[in-house]
Design a protein around this ligand. Structure first.
Ligand code: NZQ
Ligand code: ZN
Length: 386
């Protein structure tokens, strides 16, 4: 196992009725900006619960943060924060609203010339300061509620880029599984697949003798495989919703990635598919991952065999047969929740493959657990998905 440092200060309020408790977590002497998305919180009663819980607090609102939050929209919120002297942010929404709120929190206190550099020059710009954030998460998927990551879309340049900082980790996050009751099938399926692949990014690499992390990871994968379809079948199944929600948070709150190599190539390539074609985040991952498993079968052989055996009970056949079956089982799982896995399924033209490979060429860095996946490999991975 590798050396590591681990600190996760996010306070979790988990379970039904927890939104009612947020006033105790929010400052009475600060001006709070409540951020939200396209209006789902008005239809499902979450907004009313938040309003009832925060009576008497000094709160203004900013809505309209899009799925795959737009830099252009978030900069309007930054203006508002500066004009109104906002000094606390309360995010009420899915991963996009929370990621967007993290960007607002960092950009409002950014001292450089161009706040886009927070994402575009991620390796040089360290976000040390941010407005404090509290969160009510309404969609289990991203883990954003318990991490310091944020992914932002810049529409004008068709870029989707991330940043991360401990400064933007929420001070608290409410995880009330009842928020799932109003989610459409499409978003539940996205959440299952996104969380599944977050685990895979931290697990399906190469062995470093980390049996505890491996079993944490396998435990989350098994729970998603068992509980996810139950949530899809019955949206009011509170127990399954609770188990699904906690799995999604645990998949990306840092714990399972400690002391082990991490991949993230599926995400890095997937982000380009969202940037160019607007495909839902989870669906881009479901397209790319089988290609990575196929093209990187040698480099990932030991973990692919372990994954096949421990997750899908694959114990017989040659190495290649077992890996092929593990890939087929993974695809079948995604398709069982109605998530398609090839580029033509989303009408992505073949030219996009070269376009994405060229973009990595221009950026000049490689991805994957050994940082050895460059434009050529990306071309092969995506060609496998045509
Ligand atoms: O905008 P509203 O009206 O609220 O509707 C949203 C949106 O249309 C709706 N929704 C959310 N909660 C709902 C609901 N509808 C009914 N009932 C509810 N309770 O769902 C739609 C999608 O919401 P969004 O926030 O975009 O989904 P998700 O949580 O999957 O977030 C995706 C974004 O997170 C990023 C992705 O790249 C993408 O931009 N990620 C963030 C990560 C992180 N911070 O660690 C890691 C992930 O890998 C991911 O990259
Ligand atoms: Zn993801």
């Amino acid at each position: 196992m590798y050396n590591f440092e681990f600190k996760n200060p996010v306070k979790i309020l988990f379970g039904k009725g927890q939104i009612a408790k947020i006033a105790a977590e929010l400052p009475r002497d600060k001006k709070i900006l409540l951020t939200y998305g396209g209006g789902s919180i008005f239809k499902n009663g979450i907004y009313d619960q938040v309003k009832a819980a925060t009576q008497g607090l000094d709160i203004i609102e900013f809505g309209g943060i899009e799925p795959n939050p737009h830099y252009e929209t978030l900069m309007q919120a930054v203006e508002l924060v500066k004009k109104e002297g906002v000094d606390y942010l309360l995010s009420v929404g899915g991963g996009s609203v929370l990621d967007g709120t993290k960007f607002i929190a960092a950009a409002a206190l950014y001292e450089g010339d161009d706040p886009w550099d927070i994402c575009a020059k991620r390796s040089q710009v360290k976000v040390e300061k941010a407005i404090p954030i509290g969160a009510v998460i309404t969609l289990p998927a991203t883990g954003s509620e318990m991490n310091g990551n944020s992914v932002i879309n810049r529409v004008a340049t068709q870029e989707k880029l991330a940043f991360d900082s401990p400064a933007v980790m929420p001070q608290f996050s409410v995880l009330d599984p009842e928020v799932i009751f109003s989610l459409p099938d499409r978003q539940v399926a996205n959440g299952i697949v996104d969380a599944f692949i977050h685990v895979i990014e931290q697990y399906l690499t190469f062995p470093v003798n980390s049996p505890l992390q491996d079993r944490f990871a396998e435990g989350i994968l098994h729970t998603l495989i068992e509980e996810g379809p139950k949530v899809l079948a019955n949206r009011n199944d509170y127990e399954s919703a609770a188990n699904f929600m906690w799995s999604a948070t645990m998949a990306l709150n840092g714990l399972i990635g400690m002391g082990v190599p991490q991949d993230w190539a599926t995400h890095m390539i997937g982000h380009e598919l969202t940037a160019y074609h607007g495909i839902d985040h989870a669906r881009t991952l479901a397209i790319v991952l089988p290609g990575i498993m196929h093209i990187r079968r040698k480099e990932k052989q030991a973990k692919l065999l372990q994954y096949g055996e421990r997750i899908w009970n694959i114990t017989e056949g040659t190495v290649d047969e077992r890996i092929d079956l593990a890939i087929a089982k993974t695809i079948a799982f995604f398709e069982s929740v109605a998530i398609k896995t090839t580029l033509p399924d989303y009408d992505v033209p073949a030219e996009t493959v070269t376009r994405i490979a060229n973009r990595f060429e221009q950026r000049g860095f490689k991805v994957g657990e050994k940082a050895d996946i460059g434009p050529k490999e990306i071309q092969h991975i995506l060609e496998n998905r045509l």
